[in-house]
Design a protein around this ligand. Structure first.
Ligand SMILES: Cc1ncc(COP(=O)(O)O)c(C=O)c1O
Length: 332
């Protein structure tokens, strides 16, 4: 079964001999020394950031969990649908959770979100940009306005940019101690299993997020692998471009082969979200033919239960997927 349900990179960015050499050079019998700082430097240099204002944890998952522990005691505001773990981590710490659900056409009523911020005064408003599972982007005007309202409410505004590298337009970020960005090396960098998540904010807020940090937040092998990759800017950029090309190919396949009978959202990520009367049937057909997409039988939003999300696969696997989808279309 080929997994296309977790939005990973289908390839590793490094060769087997490089990986072996990094393992040999990693003195994991000792505690880390400067490895964390090296990755701070290389990640900041590649992404044009201040190394002092970013930190790492075991995946952005760990950052989300930490946010639920250290960022105030009031309610958590999220959108629905969005990344399922926001809700899970809020539950773990008994945080009151309020959701603003999307409309029938999978867009959000932003006025409704503003109203919730003003009335609820949440400690945290977290959302993914682009959205997982929809793959769509929230408009810049919403980001700016919601950030401003969260500041007035005295809460934190968290932009989870797990798929941020797939956004092609210029992005600008609201500023201030209340703004936090989470990024990850799990998607476009191809390091999901190594668990490297990034948090970016001001010195004051980074101190708060790190107030419950472990002395050695990440294992040395992950730090060294990520650092090695980030020190090869040109190669990494080509790898990221390849992931973007696969994403465009995936979207093209769906639009060309079944765009007339399946509803497909325009994706700014490495996955494609499908809905409409026949989406679940196509999902089952794809699954019966060796690819495992993401379905949502457990979703609270009933409309989501009939949708299917497909993430990228290797180039030749996408050709295989195209044929499977084509065969399904021929049977309609
Ligand atoms: C929106 C979003 N945030 C966070 C994560 C978690 O990423 P990580 O592997 O860094 O924990 C994911 C993973 O799918 C995601 O889709």
């Amino acid at each position: 079964m080929i997994r296309i349900d977790k939005n990973e990179s289908p390839y590793r960015a490094l060769t087997e001999s490089e990986i072996a050499q990094i393992a040999i050079d990693t003195h994991f019998n000792e505690y880390a020394e400067n490895e964390y700082e090296h990755l701070q430097q290389s990640y900041a240099a590649y992404n044009n950031l201040d190394p002092e204002l970013l930190a790492f944890a075991n995946g952005s998952d760990e950052w989300i969990q930490k946010a639920m522990i250290v960022l105030g005691e009031g309610p958590i505001l999220i959108l629905d649908p969005d990344f399922v773990m926001y809700e899970e981590y809020a539950r773990q710490f008994d945080r009151k959770l309020v959701k603003v659900s999307c409309q029938k056409n999978w867009t959000f009523d932003y006025e409704e979100v503003y109203k919730h911020i003003k009335e609820l005064r949440p400690s945290v408003f977290i959302f993914s940009q682009p959205n997982n599972p929809l793959g769509t982007l929230h408009p810049q005007a919403f980001i700016d306005k919601a950030a401003e309202l969260m500041q007035e409410a005295g809460g934190y505004f968290i932009i989870d940019e797990a798929y941020g590298e797939f956004i092609e337009d210029q992005v600008s970020y609201p500023q201030g101690d209340h703004v936090i960005r989470f990024r990850t090396l799990s998607k476009v960098y191809g390091l999901a299993g190594l668990r490297v998540g990034v948090a970016i904010s001001t010195a004051l807020t980074m101190e708060r997020l790190n107030s419950i940090a472990h002395p050695y937040p990440l294992n040395t092998f992950s730090l060294n692998m990520a650092n090695y990759l980030l020190n090869q800017g040109n190669r990494l950029t080509r790898f990221i471009d390849m992931n973007r090309d696969l994403s465009k190919k995936l979207l093209r396949i769906f639009k060309e082969e079944v765009g007339d009978v399946i509803d497909i959202l325009d994706s700014h990520t490495n996955f494609v979200f499908t809905y409409g009367d026949k989406a679940a049937d196509l999902g089952k057909h794809v699954q019966a033919n060796g690819f495992r997409p993401r379905m949502y039988p457990e979703a609270e939003l009933t409309d989501l239960r009939k949708t299917v999300r497909y993430s990228i696969a290797k180039d030749e696997q996408l050709d295989e997927l195209r044929q499977i989808i084509k065969d399904w279309r021929a049977m309609q």
